[in-house]
Each structure stands twice: as structure tokens, then as C-alpha cells.
Design a protein around this ligand. Structure first.
Ligand SMILES: [Fe+2]
Length: 387
């Protein structure tokens, strides 16, 4: 594994990423008071996501009108799974932002998303709809309301909402792929597996992409479809080819764990083992991802690898669940991991563990077809695993 000039073990050797990193590092080194706030965010490339958010937020009070600061901080808190941090960060901006400020509506959209991640669904939906009223082009606010539908199990209403705003979000960058992912999840909940597969082919994974967000959409959708006992054909092969190229990339635990699922699900066991072994290696620099790997990344990776080896390794379900938000992303995105844990518990006929997992899950997501299916699996013979 290559060691970078900070002494950190890194796996990514993409020359474009390295050039961008060098450029950002020089920019930060030359950073003077008054320089663009976005430079603070460049610290994130060294693994200090929370530290970068701290630096940005420190500027909010003195620069309440600098909308970019708040949006960047919001994104970084999101990447660390810090829902309360998202809310606090947005509120620090909103308190200083006049209602006629061009960024006001967008910040309401951010607040709606933070509320949704905290499980305050009524408030989130109300505020999200208001934000869209103020800023009809704000896809993040549209997305926040979509999340409320996903988590509260209102699939048909959610589809109506997302599809009615398609003309807006379809023009976004790869965020459009994520919105299509949300639509596919809702179709799946309504039992429309064929539609979900079509959306996978045409909108979620229309072409190979090594953007970790596109990968996470693809992996989570295929995993969910398979959990309903549906054969997804050769669809794992595309994401798995990308994941195999990143078998030593542990830069972001969230991404690495999705890559690991792709490798295990597609039968690329050697690459899966390589990636799991890479996650076991401590980085020297103590970036915040090292703490995430130690707390949840490694135990979860061992559990996922156990699926490939068909070995019933001990899994501390409670600990992984408790630490899971730290991998970042949304509750809906992390559900792919929660579902895997529930499936493992069901396969072992561990009714206690399954109920604990579904109970924790149920605090933020209404029981759905998957929860019912998991409980049903307790009634069928357990999968034969090597004890
Ligand atoms: Fe989302």
C-alpha cells in the first residue's frame, strides 16, 4: 500500500485526484484571511471532514451572507453522519440570514433535510415543502421531502412527489441519479421489481462510474432487490469492476463498505478479501476516518466478508448499529448495512438479534416489506454456515 507524504497509508493513486489534492494543499497553504471560504473545505481531502466543517462554521457568524460556507459545512456534516451537527450548522446561518436573502430558501431546504435525518418527519416535510415553494429549483429540498416519504413508508405519495419534480432534478449533475435511486426504492416497496430493475439500467447505473455516490446508489439498490429473492442477472458486474479497482482504497469508509458489498455479491472474493484487509490496516496520521474504520468499518467489513466465506463469524450487532451513523450518508443510504445485518441475524435464526436490529431501524423507518420478510425468514431453515 502506498504511503503518502503525510505518512498516511493511502490506496488511491488516481493521478487526477492527486493533482487536485496538490492544488488544494497549495491553496490552503497560501490561505489568507478573506480568501474564499471554500479553501477551508480543502482540508477535507486529508480526512479531516469534521475539522473542515468546524473551520467553515467558525466563519458563519462573521459571514452570514456567505451562503457557500453554510452549504459546504452542511455537506461535510452529512458525510460524517452528524445529523445534529447539520441542524446546528444550518441554524447558525439562518439566525443571521434575512428572509429576503437569496440563500434563505435554500437553507430552509438544508434544515428540512437535517430534521428528516433526526426523525422529525412532520417538521421536515412541512419545512421542505415551504423551501420548495420559495425555491422551486432547489433539488436538495425536493430530496428532503422525498426522504420523509421513504422513511415514513408512503411510497405512492413519495413517487408522486418525486416524479412531479422530475423536470427540476433531472437537470442536476449526478444528483439526478440519486433521485432516480429514491424513485426505484419506492417502486420496490410497492412490489414493482421490474420497474426498479429498469430504473437501475437506465437511470441509476446508465454507465460505469467510479464516483462513490453513484456506486452507493447502484450497490444499495441491487442489494435491496436481491433481498427480495430476485436474481439481478449480470448487473453486479459493472459496479464490481469499479470496486475491484478500488480494492485498496479505504479513503472513505462509506465508499469502501459499498465496494465490499459489490465484490462479495458478485463473487469477486479475492478482491473482497484484499479490501477487507486494507480496511484492517491502521493509518498513521489519525484522520477521522481511521476512527470510523476502528469503530464500525472493520467489524462491519468482517461481517460482510463472512457472507462470502459463508462462515458464521461472531458479529456484535448492537455495537455496529450504535456506531453505524459515523460512516456518514443518510439513514436511507445506511439502511443497506442495517438490512445486511438483519439478514445475517435472520440467517442465523437469531431472533433476539433480529428484533434488536429491526427495533433500532424502526425508530427512524416505518416497518416495511423487508422487515416482514426478515421475520418470515426465521420460519424457514437457517442457511448452512460453517460454525
Ligand atoms: Fe437521499
Amino acid at each position: 500500500m502506498p504511503i503518502d507524504r503525510f505518512g498516511l497509508a493511502i490506496a488511491t493513486v488516481d493521478p487526477v485526484a492527486i493533482a487536485a489534492f496538490e492544488s488544494a494543499t497549495h491553496a490552503v497553504a497560501a490561505h489568507k484571511p478573506g480568501a474564499p471560504a471554500a479553501l477551508d473545505a480543502a482540508l477535507a481531502v486529508k480526512g479531516g471532514l469534521a475539522g473542515a466543517a468546524d473551520r467553515l462554521e467558525a466563519r458563519i457568524e462573521t459571514n452570514p451572507g456567505e451562503f457557500l460556507i453554510a452549504k459546504l459545512a452542511h455537506s461535510l456534516r452529512f458525510m460524517t453522519g452528524d445529523a445534529m451537527g447539520m441542524l446546528t450548522s444550518v441554524d447558525r446561518t439562518l439566525v443571521a440570514l434575512r428572509k429576503d436573502h437569496p440563500g434563505h430558501g435554500f437553507m430552509l431546504g438544508c434544515r428540512a433535510f437535517a430534521l428528516e435525518e433526526l426523525g422529525a418527519f412532520d417538521g421536515a416535510e412541512k419545512l421542505g415543502r415551504l423551501a420548495v415553494e420559495i425555491e422551486p429549483e432547489d433539488s436538495w429540498a425536493i430530496h428532503a421531502v422525498g426522504h420523509v416519504h421513504e422513511m415514513t413508508g408512503r411510497a405512492a405519495d413519495g413517487l408522486a412527489w418525486i416524479e412531479s419534480r422530475r423536470p427540476t432534478w433531472t437537470h442536476c449533475n449526478n444528483f439526478a441519479l440519486h433521485m432516480s435511486w429514491h424513485a426505484a426504492l419506492l417502486h420496490l416497496e410497492l412490489g414493482r421489481v421490474g420497474v426498479a430493475l429498469d430504473i437501475f439500467d437506465t437511470e441509476v447505473w446508465p454507465r460505469a462510474s467510479d464516483d462513490f455516490r453513484d456506486m452507493s446508489n447502484a450497490v444499495a439498490l441491487l442489494a435491496r432487490i436481491e433481498q427480495f429473492g430476485v436474481d439481478v442477472g449480470a448487473r453486479w458486474q459493472g459496479p464490481a469492476a469499479i470496486a475491484a479497482r478500488r480494492a485498496r482504497d479505504t479513503t472513505l469508509t462509506f465508499a469502501a463498505l459499498h465496494n465490499l458489498i459489490a465484490l462479495v455479491s458478485s463473487g469477486h472474493i479475492d478482491a473482497a478479501r484484499e479490501l477487507a484487509a486494507s480496511l484492517e490496516m491502521p493509518s498513521i496520521g489519525g484522520d477521522d476516518q481511521e476512527s470510523v474504520r476502528a469503530g464500525v468499518g472493520r467489524p462491519l467489513a468482517r461481517a460482510i466478508l463472512g457472507l462470502a466465506d459463508r462462515v458464521a463469524r461472531p458479529v456484535d450487532f448492537a455495537s455496529i448499529l450504535r456506531e453505524l451513523p459515523r460512516v456518514g450518508g443518510s439513514n436511507a443510504q445506511r439502511d443497506v448495512f442495517t438490512r445486511l445485518l438483519a439478514s445475517m441475524a435472520a440467517d442465523r435464526h437469531d431472533a433476539g438479534a433480529l428484533e434488536t436490529i429491526l427495533s433500532v431501524r424502526g425508530k427512524l423507518k416505518r416497518d416495511d416489506r423487508f422487515a416482514a420478510l426478515s421475520r418470515e425468514r426465521l420460519k424457514t431453515p437457517p442457511r448452512r454456515l460453517i460454525a
